[in-house]
Ligand binder design. Structure first.
Ligand code: ZN
Length: 82
């Protein structure tokens, strides 16, 4: 009886881990992509405005110094408008 209960709990924990963590990770990545498409730093929420990318293609946030490859997301956003 106790063993069946333990096995049931183990299966429940594996089920929760398998389905909840990847979904959370995908949601975080999707939110970051949406923020970059709107020229907002996903790390701190700073609005980039007209800040240009560096030579390596990364746009550096002046608020938190995070570097983002924003061009792909901004171009994707504008290409949807055409
Ligand atoms: Zn930032």
């Amino acid at each position: 009886m106790v063993l069946e209960y333990a096995v049931g709990i183990a299966f429940l924990l594996v089920f929760l881990w398998y389905f909840s963590i990847p979904r959370t990770a995908r949601a975080i990545i999707a939110a970051a992509h949406e923020a970059l498409a709107e020229r907002i730093c996903p790390a701190c929420g700073y609005r980039f405005g007209v800040i240009e990318a560096e030579d390596d293609g990364c746009t550096i946030c002046p608020e938190c110094s995070a570097a983002w490859r924003m061009k792909a997301f901004v171009d994707k956003e504008t290409s949807n408008e055409c």
